[in-house]
Design a protein around this ligand. Structure first.
Ligand code: FPP
Length: 252
């Protein structure tokens, strides 16, 4: 038996180490409609103001050296909105890509789109592909925009690919693991989000990154998306810094 007494700190003295800053922040941009309604404006005015908040958010991510930013801009379910609003949103998207792409490219931003791009008009599909191609060599910020995106649809699409690979003998079901499955998701090659922010006070994921959110920290802010800016981004990072991430393990 050793004569040196074991040194054990009382539990209350053990301060968990702050996690490193989030490598990947994902945002559910909610509240454009309510922002417009509160001002007696059409919903389109809310979406336009939302696009300006997107710009501020990209600037904030660049300023904080966040390497990955994913924005939920249009869900699979959004196609069920009134036809006028869907066409306003797609027109805004068309305009946004055209007007912002050069500046994004110049700032070292790499653009990716996840979702069912094939549901958009051919000219939009072409401009999405062109934006990805133009920025493919950039590394400062990986900006992913989720368009016609749904987490369940994404998982089903991956399951179909896996089923095909099993049928052709490329994959043995007995050895299928999470990494192999994740390689078939829209987000293949991307890190999982560390932090998911949702604006507008709603507290749900709404089919966003269901697989990838397994261990994400969630922050719900009582601000409507068009009012979101650098201070809210910094507030969310500060809140995240105070979280203890255990990924299901017990603290040492
Ligand atoms: C949710 O607010 C927002 C959307 C469905 C669209 C998001 C679009 C933008 C932020 C602007 C365009 C973005 C890009 C990348 C060009 P809501 O309409 O559901 O608001 P509500 O819940 O208050 O009605």
């Amino acid at each position: 038996m050793s004569s040196t007494p074991a040194i054990t700190a009382p539990k209350s003295d053990i301060v968990p180490a702050a996690p490193p800053p989030p490598a990947h922040v994902a945002i559910i941009m909610d509240g454009n409609g309510r922002w417009a309604q509160a001002r007696g404006l059409p919903r389109l005015a809310g979406h336009r103001a939302g696009a300006r908040a997107v710009r501020r958010t990209i600037e904030a991510a660049l300023a904080h050296n966040v390497g990955w930013l994913t924005l939920y801009a249009f869900s699979s379910e959004n196609w069920r909105r009134p036809r006028d609003e869907v066409s306003d949103l797609t027109a805004l998207l068309r305009h946004y890509i055209k007007s912002e792409i050069a500046e994004l490219a110049a700032n070292g931003v790499r653009l990716r789109f996840i979702g069912e791009a094939g549901r958009f008009a051919p000219d939009i599909q072409a401009s999405l592909a062109e934006a990805e191609r133009m920025t493919a060599a950039n590394t400062r910020l990986n900006l992913t925009i989720a368009l016609s995106y749904g987490g369940r649809a994404e998982i089903i699409a991956a399951a179909r690919l896996i089923a095909g690979a099993v049928a052709s003998g490329e994959i043995d079901p007995a050895t299928l693991d999470e990494a192999e499955f994740a390689r078939r998701l829209f987000t293949a090659g991307m890190p999982d989000p560390d932090l998911i922010i949702r604006t507008s006070g709603e507290r749900r994921l709404s089919n966003f990154l269901l697989w990838q959110a397994a261990y994400a920290e969630l922050i719900f802010l009582n601000v409507l998306w068009p009012d979101f800016g650098a201070a809210h981004f910094a507030e969310a990072l500060a809140d995240y810094a105070g979280r203890e991430r255990r990924f299901g393990a017990r603290p040492a």
